[in-house]
Write a new protein. Structure first.
Length: 136
């Protein structure tokens, strides 16, 4: 148990530093993992995480990296859907290409993937919370 708790604390310090690198942010947030100082209790707690504004900053800066990794950057017609999918946070649960994760189902319907129009309309998405998030 001690190793687990120590690992969690170290991982949060590493996440904090990666935030500076990936978000290209020199300053600290007013709370969460992106703040300047942590208590030992925060580092080992169950719910110490990034605040929503820090997560959005990370997503915005990761979109071009992920688009390039999948070969979608600059491809007219292929870039918008993934850009919306990643920056809105859908990829956090459903995976970067809708492959599904432990937190979100695979985005396939009868063996076929959803089109950009279907995803943006929210109509085929079974989880109501995802539909609400897509319409924002």
């Amino acid at each position: 148990m001690r190793e687990f708790v120590y690992g969690r604390a170290v991982a949060r310090v590493v996440a904090h530093e990666l935030y500076h690198i990936l978000a290209r942010e020199k300053h600290h947030a007013s709370g969460g993992i992106a703040e300047a100082h942590f208590t030992s209790e925060e580092l080992v707690s169950n719910d110490f995480q990034f605040r929503p504004n820090a997560v959005q900053k990370l997503r915005r800066n990761l979109v071009p990296i992920l688009l390039s990794a999948y070969g979608w950057m600059g491809q007219k017609g292929r870039e918008l859907g993934p850009r919306v999918f990643i920056s809105s946070g859908c990829s956090g649960c459903h995976g970067f290409v809708g492959e599904g994760t432990a937190w979100g189902t695979r985005l396939r319907l009868a063996g076929k993937g959803f089109s950009q129009a279907e995803l943006c309309s929210g109509s085929p998405v079974p989880e109501p919370k995802c539909t609400v998030r897509l319409r924002r």
